[in-house]
Design a protein around this ligand. Structure first.
Ligand SMILES: [Zn+2]
Length: 367
C-alpha cells in the first residue's frame, strides 16, 4: 500500500546517508591530520641479559619527540600481557608484531588506539604478578647510535623481597565501621555447590573465600560480624529444601535485634558463557536496602572494573525476609571463563572484598 511512497523515501534516505557518511569521513580525516601524535617510534631492539643471577629481557623503543606520558596495565588471564600505553605516540615504521626471546616473553604487539595512544603489549609466559619489571627513559647514545628511548626490562621471576615489598603494610580497614553489627551470608555451601564454572570452580567456594575476606576486613575495622557459615557446610543441614536452607540463613541474621545489615554474597551464572558483569539486588520496599545495595554496587564497579549490570530490585528470599536492610550481591559470572578465573583468584577475592567493605562503609556514612 505504501510501497511506492516508501521506495521513494528510501532512496532519499540512502542519498542523505551516503552524503552524511562522506561528510563524516572527510571530517574524520581532517580531525586526524590536525591532531596527529607528536611522538613517533623510530627504533626497536631487544636483548636478554643476566643480572644478579636472574635472566632479564630488555626492550628498547626509540621515541622521536622525547619523553611522553605513559600508563601500565596488566592482564593476568591468557594471554598474559604487560601493557604500556604511551600517550600522544604513533607506531611509526616499527613493525606491529615482533617475536621476542620466547623464554620470558613471546611477542610484542604495537597497536595505535583511537586517541593517539600507542598500546605496547608484551605477551608473557608467566603472569605479570610473578615477574619483576622496570620501565624508564634513556638518553640517546651517540656511539651506539641509539635514539632517545623507553626501556622496558622484565625479569624471569620475582624475588621474595619483591613480593614482600608489594604487600600492603597495613590491612585495609574502615574507621567508621567500628561497633557496627553486620551479617554476612556466603551463598550455598555443603551439599549445595551453587553454580559451577566451566573450569570447575564451585560458587560455594568462591562465595566463602570472598566472604571470609570481607569478614576479616570488617573485623579489623572493629565491626561485629556474624556469618551464616564460615566453612563448607549447609546452614540448615544437608539436602534441605531451599526454603528451609534460606530461612536458616535469615534466622542467623534475625536472631539478634542488634544486627544492622544483611549482606548475601553469590556468583551469577547463565547458559551463555558470554554473559558477564556484576549486579547487586535489594528488596523493592526497603529504602535502606536500596541505599546499601547501591553503595556496594558502586564501589565494586569502581574498584574491580567489572561491568555494571546495575543495582536492581529482586524478590530473593534472604533479602525479602531479613528484618534489616539487606542486599544480595551477584559478584560476577562463574559461567564466564574470564570471570570464573577472577572469582578463583585470591587477589581478586581480596580486591572485591575491599570494595564490598568500602560500600558498607559508605552506607554507614549516609546515616
Ligand atoms: Zn547463588
Amino acid at each position: 500500500m505504501h510501497l511506492s511512497f516508501f521506495r521513494n523515501r528510501l532512496w532519499k534516505m540512502l542519498l542523505v546517508l551516503a552524503a552524511f557518511a562522506g561528510f563524516l569521513g572527510l571530517a574524520e580525516d581532517a580531525g586526524r591530520a590536525e591532531a596527529a601524535a607528536s611522538h613517533e617510534l623510530n627504533y626497536f631492539k631487544y636483548e636478554t641479559f643476566t643480572y644478579e643471577g636472574r635472566n632479564w629481557l630488555r626492550l628498547e623503543l626509540g621515541i622521536k619527540g622525547g619523553s611522553t606520558e605513559y600508563s601500565t596495565n596488566v592482564r593476568e588471564l591468557t594471554p598474559k600481557q604487560l601493557h604500556v600505553i604511551l600517550s600522544d605516540t604513533a607506531r611509526g615504521k616499527v613493525k606491529s608484531d615482533i617475536s621476542l626471546d620466547r623464554k620470558i616473553a613471546k611477542y610484542l604487539t604495537l597497536r595505535e588506539t583511537g586517541d593517539n595512544a600507542l598500546d605496547v603489549m608484551v605477551s608473557l609466559n608467566k603472569p605479570v604478578a610473578d615477574q619483576a619489571y622496570k620501565i624508564y627513559f634513556a638518553e640517546p647514545e651517540r656511539h651506539g647510535k641509539k635514539p632517545y628511548r623507553m626501556v622496558i626490562e622484565i625479569a624471569e621471576n620475582k624475588l621474595d623481597s619483591e613480593y614482600e615489598a608489594e604487600k600492603p603494610k597495613t590491612p585495609d580497614s574502615f574507621e567508621n565501621l567500628s561497633g557496627h553489627r553486620i551479617v554476612l551470608d556466603p551463598g550455598h555451601g555443603g551439599s549445595d555447590s551453587g553454580a559451577r564454572g566451566h573450569n570447575g570452580l564451585m560458587e560455594k567456594t568462591a562465595t566463602l573465600a570472598i566472604s571470609k575476606n570481607v569478614a576479616d576486613i570488617l573485623r579489623s575495622s572493629g565491626a561485629i560480624v556474624t556469618m551464616t557459615r564460615d566453612s563448607d557446610v549447609d546452614v540448615y543441614g544437608p539436602m534441605a529444601s531451599d526454603h528451609d536452607e534460606l530461612q536458616a540463613r535469615v534466622d542467623v541474621g534475625n536472631a539478634s535485634a542488634g544486627n544492622e545489615i544483611f549482606v548475601s554474597i553469590h556468583c551469577d551464572a547463565f547458559t551463555s558463557p558470554s554473559a558477564h558483569g556484576t549486579s547487586t539486588f535489594y528488596y523493592q520496599s526497603s529504602y535502606r536496602g536500596k541505599l546499601l545495595a547501591e553503595a556496594i554496587h558502586q564501589a565494586i564497579v569502581e574498584e574491580t572494573g567489572l561491568a555494571s549490570r546495575g543495582a536492581k530490585t529482586a524478590r530473593f528470599y534472604v533479602i525479602k525476609n531479613s528484618a534489616m536492610p539487606a542486599t544480595l550481591i551477584e559478584t560476577a559470572f562463574i559461567s564466564n571463563y574470564q570471570e570464573e578465573a577472577l572469582l578463583g583468584d585470591p587477589d581478586f577475592q581480596y580486591k572485591i572484598a575491599v570494595a564490598i567493605c568500602r560500600g558498607i562503609s559508605r552506607y554507614f556514612n549516609m546515616r
